[in-house]
Design a protein around this ligand. Structure first.
Ligand SMILES: Cc1cc2nc3c(=O)[nH]c(=O)nc-3n(C[C@H](O)[C@H](O)[C@H](O)COP(=O)(O)O)c2cc1C
Length: 230
């Protein structure tokens, strides 16, 4: 499949840009405002309902992630949707083992201090409660049909952007999510039977937020703090 994809790309053909919306200046301002108002309501949630979510919703969100830009369009990502309760349990056990060590000695003091306002700890009940875990893998190279390896460019940047699309799509669909990175998380390759050219990138937990869920009081930096206009 990858072989074909790469051969196709050698062809150098162009087509007219489809469905490009050319807004008036006012409409553009309005649209940017509407998007900001919607995305700013996203928060990481650490307590999920076990209420089921249609698999097609998750598939659509991953389709959205798959439209992300990527270095040389090599799409160096793989998404594993985990809904099986036994596999979720295995992931929870492995993640909690790592997290226990992290919170009780492995993490530098400064890191623990940065995490303190979030009230997180080694207990990861949500890994079993949420209806879906999505493990995202990033591939620094692909293995082609003939067994040879082909390098991917900007694999981490590309996968990060795809994850941004995915988080945005889940939020837009009315699902809560948590970006989770048990450290280290190579246990995911073993549990999910993924090849070693795939590096676990993020574990995204998603579903309905639990009723009455609370989130830490945090602040986002101001536009002045994060922007320079020259
Ligand atoms: C790369 C990355 C890794 C993260 N890892 C964890 C994690 O392992 N556990 C956790 O509870 N939250 C994790 N988070 C969530 C952050 O703590 C959260 O995004 C941050 O506190 C801001 O809160 P908000 O998402 O509600 O805006 C992670 C977020 C990112 C982007």
């Amino acid at each position: 499949m990858y072989h074909n994809l790469r051969n196709l790309m050698k062809k150098y053909t162009f087509e007219l840009l489809q469905n490009y919306k050319k807004y008036s200046a006012n409409e553009m301002l309005l649209q940017s405002h509407i998007f900001y108002e919607a995305i700013k309501t996203r928060r990481s949630v650490r307590d999920f309902s076990d209420k089921q979510v249609a698999e097609d919703v998750i598939i659509n969100c991953i389709k959205a992630a798959g439209t992300a830009p990527s270095g040389a369009n090599l799409q160096p990502w793989h998404f594993v949707i985990i809904k099986d309760s036994q596999i979720k349990k295995e992931i929870r056990i492995a993640a909690e083992l790592e997290e226990k060590e992290f919170y009780n000695g492995r993490a530098p003091k400064e890191w623990l201090a940065a995490l303190a306002p979030l009230g997180t700890n080694e207990h990861k009940q949500f890994l079993e409660t949420a209806p879906y875990l999505i493990a995202i893998f990033s591939k620094s190279f692909d293995v082609l049909e003939d067994g040879s390896q082909q390098k991917n460019y900007y694999a981490a940047e590309s996968t990060g952007i795809a994850c941004g699309f995915l988080i945005n799509a889940l939020h837009h669909s009315g699902l809560a999510s948590l970006t989770h990175t048990p450290s280290p998380m190579n246990f995911l390759n073993k549990i999910l039977n993924r090849p070693n050219n795939e590096r676990p990138f993020l574990l995204l937990v998603t579903g309905y937020a639990a009723d009455g869920v609370k989130v830490p009081v945090i602040k986002k930096k101001s536009i002045e703090d994060i922007t320079t206009i020259i």
